[in-house]
Design a protein around this ligand. Structure first.
Ligand code: SF4
Length: 407
């Protein structure tokens, strides 16, 4: 896949904005014409390139706006995202208890002409056709739109969850114009889900956990190759690889020094590591503030590539800190447990809380598991699972810490 020519002039943008100084462009949002960079906010200066999303033929912004934030009260951020060319929006029926979709609907009702600029994704975690049907119609209503561009079955663990009933349902919804494309999201057993998707023949797009820690394994490379060959559009999420590791790490310091010289941060470099794989059409990122949006837009617009040594150091850092990152391979630890517990989901709660600082989301998700799961987490023996875990995670200890921190 090659970047599509867009009307954005990335060089002009960077020259005027300054790669590291993009944050200063936030000031003029209040509308002052004299403020620094006000001209850059004009709609004809879009810095974000678009890539072809698999065989759909659609061209999507390489940076996608994740919808887990207070969208009803952050309408300005949506406007600014469009101005900067972040026109791929991702939400889900469940995000913010429905407020994410409602906020998008609020925006479209105010700026209906902007709907056609947006590649709109939403998801349903209902495990019945009836439930998916209900969710889709609710999403359409909430977002004040007639069609969803890409509809995901939310967070599958196994390709078997994409059954023939869903295939038939998606064909019906497509024929009625309610969705244009169908696919799934996954943050568990991603490699297997991706590798098995092409054989189904009807998956248009996938959003999966994918980052500098995971992208170099043989199984992930083969899975991404298979999807690319089958024309399945791919969006990467969780690209920070678990966020900041709170230990002193020499390699991380070395990386920070190298990246600062090149003009970007470690976080921006991790985005670039993913973007440099042309098989990935877009990165979906949660950007609840204008400063984060601008930092990611700057990373997308910046054309400096990571060098071989940068990639080598990132891989070295990933190896050195592997035991702080759950790779989502839940089929491995799950098979070693006497009873079913959502180890990968609990690890993700810990990541939201510890690495992202999003305690509220982490607690809410952990509470959703219910008291029976909490009791099992407290009593199960995780020794064998720990033995098999390729990341060498102290699973039992982390499960107990999750109970203490998130109950
Ligand atoms: S705990 Fe270990 S085995 Fe289980 S999903 Fe995480 S990395 Fe994989």
């Amino acid at each position: 896949m090659k970047p599509k020519d867009t009307n954005c002039n990335r060089r002009t943008f960077l020259k005027a904005a300054g790669w590291t100084g993009l944050g200063s462009l936030l000031t003029p949002l209040a509308g002052s014409k004299d403020a620094i960079g006000a001209d850059m906010l004009a709609a004809d200066n879009l810095p974000i390139a678009k890539l072809t999303f698999g065989r759909t033929g659609d061209h999507v912004a390489m940076l996608s706006l994740g919808g887990i934030f207070d969208i009803p009260n952050n309408q300005l951020l949506l406007k600014q995202a469009i101005r900067w060319g972040v026109t791929y929006w991702d939400t889900a029926n469940s995000y913010m208890g429905g407020d994410s979709e409602k906020g998008i609907g609020k925006y479209f009702s105010r700026y209906p002409e902007d709907r056609k600029k947006i590649f709109l994704v939403t998801k349903s975690g209902a495990w019945t056709l009836k439930g998916m049907d209900r969710h889709l119609h609710r999403s359409l209503e909430r977002m004040q739109t007639d069609t969803i561009d890409l509809f995901f079955v939310h967070a599958i663990n196994d390709i078997g969850e994409m059954n023939d009933d869903i295939k038939r349902w998606s064909e019906k919804m497509k024929s009625e114009g309610k969705i244009r494309f169908i696919g799934f999201s996954t943050h568990s057993n991603m490699e297997e889900c991706l590798a098995d998707a092409p054989a189904l023949g009807w998956i248009d797009g996938i959003m999966m956990t994918y980052n500098y820690r995971l992208m170099h394994t043989d199984s992930m490379r083969a899975a991404v190759d298979a999807c690319t060959e089958a024309g399945i559009g791919l969006t990467a999420m969780k690209t920070q690889g678990g966020g900041q590791v709170r230990t002193h790490n020499e390699t991380e310091l070395k990386l920070a020094g190298r990246f600062v010289k090149k003009g970007f941060t470690n976080e921006q470099a991790k985005l670039k590591a993913v973007w440099e794989n042309p098989q990935i059409a877009a990165i979906c990122s949660q950007m609840p503030s204008l400063s984060l949006l601008s930092a990611n837009v700057a990373a997308a617009a910046n054309q400096t590539r990571l060098g071989a040594k940068d990639h080598r150091l990132l891989r070295q850092y990933a190896a050195e800190t592997a035991s702080s990152y759950c790779a989502g391979c839940t089929r491995i630890c799950g098979a070693a447990l006497q009873q079913e517990v959502p180890v990968g989901d609990v690890m993700r709660c810990l990541m939201y809380s510890r690495a992202y600082g999003d305690h509220e989301r982490a607690r809410a998700k952990f509470q959703d598991f219910g008291p029976a799961v909490h009791r099992r987490l407290a009593s199960l023996d995780f020794t064998e699972a720990e033995h098999r875990c390729p990341q060498r995670l102290p699973i039992g200890k982390l499960m107990r810490q999750a109970i203490e921190e998130l109950s």
